[in-house]
Design a protein around this ligand. Structure first.
Ligand code: TXA
Ligand code: MG
Length: 353
């Protein structure tokens, strides 16, 4: 399209099937400093050349994300680590060997050449090798690090399909590679390995126990109260996913114990409210006044469907979304984390973006 010509149709933002031609086109767009939607096994990412500060700034503009929030750099494989990380502890190498490609992000001391735009000016960088075949194909074609946050507007629900990315960002992205629905469905586990004690900053599919089995010690878990630790010492959030209000639908959302779910929903509809329910064990009471959405009873399938379900429940024009409270086991921890934040952020006007 010629400069100034606004009438010509544009295919910018188009969802493209993941052919080799489309993957090459996406790599060329990244080289040219543009941004593209990229599937990963966790959620879709908004990708840019991690070594091109101007391209990285486009990510922040498209998301409406504050510039001091660092981005994860995605690598084609672990052999690229030394170009990005200044020191790589033995434990980090062991974890990369076991969990990469896969949903684990390692925070390490950064190499000097990593742009401040990527690290938010911090002395560390987040790195991971995703396991989605299309992401790996794009990384191999591109041959270097790809910075990619989740491809949603800041504070909103992460996208788990190409259509979600289109909904969130439209033609702000050059194109979206369609990799189908993300297998994991929630964002990677973030493990800070840059300080003395490894610490999980964001829980994900890879749990503290999974990590302990590899490095021989249990990482600290941010937000988990340790025995004997002072309570109420709040760090400034270095992880935007650690802001209390995040992953949030517009409809007010509440978590309700299974024992009270049907009763509470009934009470609200009795008062004239429209109520949507997401329940993973409570049977549908077949009350015509309720919108009932059954969730999977096992955590992996629940996580896989969660963001698509939240998006759908959020489009129904309900006054409330009630979600059956989750079990407390480690396999549910990352999901409980996301739902807790969704509850805090829900219903707010979009002042956070
Ligand atoms: O699964 C995922 O991690 C997805 C896919 C696309 O890979 N990405 C993702 O990116 O969730 P994002 O930007 O939405 O969340 C990454 C989080 C951010 O909250 C960011 O603050 C944190 O990682 N992060 C990145 N680099 C960091 C660093 N050096 N220190 C602390 N936190 C960091
Ligand atoms: Mg995100």
């Amino acid at each position: 399209m010629k400069a100034g010509d606004t009438s010509a149709p544009t295919d910018r933002g188009r969802i493209e099937p993941p052919t080799l031609t489309a993957i090459r086109k996406a790599a060329d767009l990244l080289r040219a400093g543009d941004i593209v939607g990229m599937p990963t096994e966790t959620v879709y990412g908004l990708a840019a050349d991690a070594l091109n500060p101007e391209a990285v700034r486009k990510i922040f503009a498209a998301k409406g994300r504050p510039a001091d929030h660092p981005l994860i750099v995605h690598l084609p494989d672990a052999s690229h680590l030394p170009q990005w990380a200044a020191s790589i502890p033995k434990g980090a190498i062991a974890l990369a060997r076991v969990f990469w490609p896969g949903p684990l992000t390692l925070i390490l001391k950064r190499e000097a050449g990593v742009p401040d735009e990527v690290t938010g000016g911090q002395d560390t960088v987040g790195l991971r090798v995703p396991s989605h075949s299309i992401a790996l194909g794009l990384l191999q074609q591109f041959g270097s690090g790809i910075a990619a946050p989740s491809a949603n507007r800041f504070g909103r629900i992460s996208p788990t399909t190409a259509a979600h990315v289109h909904e969130e960002l439209g033609d702000k992205v050059a194109m979206v590679l369609d990799g189908g629905a993300c297998a994991v469905g929630i964002e990677s586990t973030i493990l800070d390995f840059s300080r003395d004690v490894p610490e999980i900053l964001r829980p994900g599919a890879i749990t503290a126990d999974d990590i302990a089995r590899v490095i021989g010690r249990r990482p600290r878990v941010r937000g988990e109260v340790e025995e004997g630790a002072p309570v109420g010492v709040a760090d400034a959030p270095r992880v935007s996913g650690a802001l209390a209000a995040h992953y949030a639908p517009r409809t007010p959302l509440r978590l309700v114990a299974a024992a009270h779910l049907v009763e509470e929903a009934g009470m609200l509809v009795g008062e004239g409210s429209r109520v949507a329910v997401l329940a993973h064990t409570t049977p549908n009471p077949h009350d015509a006044r309720l919108i009932w959405h059954a969730a999977a009873p096992d955590p992996a399938a629940y996580a896989h469907d969660l963001y698509a379900a939240l998006r759908e429940l959020d489009t129904l024009g309900a006054d409330f979304i009630l979600i059956e409270a989750l079990p407390s086991g480690p396999a549910w921890r990352a999901i409980a984390d996301r739902l807790g934040r969704a509850a805090v952020g829900s219903g707010a006007e979009q002042d956070e973006t």
